[in-house]
Design a protein around this ligand. Structure first.
Ligand code: BTN
Length: 236
C-alpha cells in the first residue's frame, strides 16, 4: 500500500483517477489536508477544510460493472466498522452510501469507476469523513466526530484504521449475502419511513430493503417501488 499525502489538492478522487489511468497499483491512496474542488455525489461540491479526512483509494476488483453497488455497500460497511471502533461513535449507514449519526451526515463516499468491455478497470473510492470539524464548519444537516465526542482524533491514525478495515472487508467481496446483511443490519432507515427525492418526484414510504444492484425498495401504501437513484431524507 502506498499513501501519497498532499497539503492541498483540487480533489483526491481526480488525482487518484489520473494515477489509475497511468497504471498505479491497487491500494494506492491519495490523502489531502484540504481540497479546493472536493466532489460530492450527483455533481455536488464537497467542502473540505483542514480537520477532515479526505482521501481516495484505487481498487482494481476483478468484477464486472454490475457489481459496483456491492463494492459501495462493502466500503460503507468497512468505514462504519472502523469509525465505530476507532472513536466509539455508533454510526449507521444510509442509502446509497453515507454514514450518519442520529440522522446527521458524518461521512460521504463517492466511487468513480472506469469500465472497459463491461469489466471494472479500476474503481476510485473517495471518502470524506468529518473528523475534527466544529459545527460552524459543517452544513447544518452534518456532524463530525469532534461534535459527537468532544475529542479530537489523529487523522493519520484514523486513516490507517480505516484502510485496515477496508482491506479486511475487501477480502470478502465475493460474499454478497454477508455484505448485504451487514449493511442492512446497520441501516439508519431499516423499516422506517423515508422520503426519496428522485428525478421525477418525491416518494414517501417505508424502506423495506435494498437490492444487490444498489436499488432501494419503498413500500408506499398500495405498492412497493424500487428506486435506483435519488437522495434519501430520514423522516423525523
Ligand atoms: C457525497 O456526496 O456524500 C460523497 C462525498 C465524497 C467526498 C470525498 S472527499 C475525498 C474524495 N475526493 C473528492 O473529491 N470527493 C471524495
Amino acid at each position: 500500500m502506498e499513501v501519497i499525502r498532499y497539503k492541498q489538492i483540487t480533489s483526491t478522487n481526480s488525482k487518484a483517477k489520473s494515477l489509475a489511468d497511468r497504471n498505479a497499483s491497487e491500494w494506492t491512496v491519495v490523502v489531502s489536508d484540504t481540497q479546493t474542488k472536493g466532489k460530492g455525489r450527483a455533481g455536488r461540491t464537497w467542502k473540505s477544510p483542514k480537520g477532515g479526512l479526505w482521501f481516495s483509494v484505487i481498487l482494481r476488483p476483478r468484477t464486472n460493472a454490475e457489481q459496483i453497488p456491492i463494492l459501495q455497500f462493502l466500503v460503507a460497511n468497512g468505514l462504519r466498522e472502523a469509525v465505530d471502533r476507532a472513536t466509539g461513535v455508533s454510526t449507521k449507514v444510509k442509502w446509497p452510501n453515507d454514514l450518519v449519526v442520529s440522522g446527521k451526515k458524518l461521512a460521504g463516499i463517492l466511487i468513480e469507476t472506469k469500465i472497459e468491455t463491461r469489466q471494472v478497470a479500476y474503481a476510485v473510492i473517495g471518502i470524506g469523513l468529518n473528523v475534527n470539524l466544529i459545527q460552524k464548519q459543517l452544513p447544518k444537516e452534518a456532524t463530525s466526530i469532534l461534535a459527537q465526542t468532544g475529542r479530537r482524533f489523529d487523522l493519520a491514525e484514523t486513516l490507517d484504521l480505516i484502510l485496515a478495515s477496508l482491506v479486511k472487508h475487501y477480502q470478502k467481496l465475493w460474499d454478497m449475502d454477508m455484505i448485504m446483511k451487514d449493511w442492512w443490519d446497520h441501516c439508519a432507515h431499516r423499516l422506517r419511513q423515508v422520503r426519496i427525492q428522485t428525478k421525477t418526484g418525491i416518494v414517501i414510504g417505508n424502506c423495506i430493503g435494498v437490492n444487490r444492484d444498489g436499488s432501494i425498495v419503498i413500500r408506499t401504501g398500495r405498492r412497493d417501488q424500487t428506486i435506483s437513484d435519488g437522495t434519501l431524507l430520514l423522516a423525523g
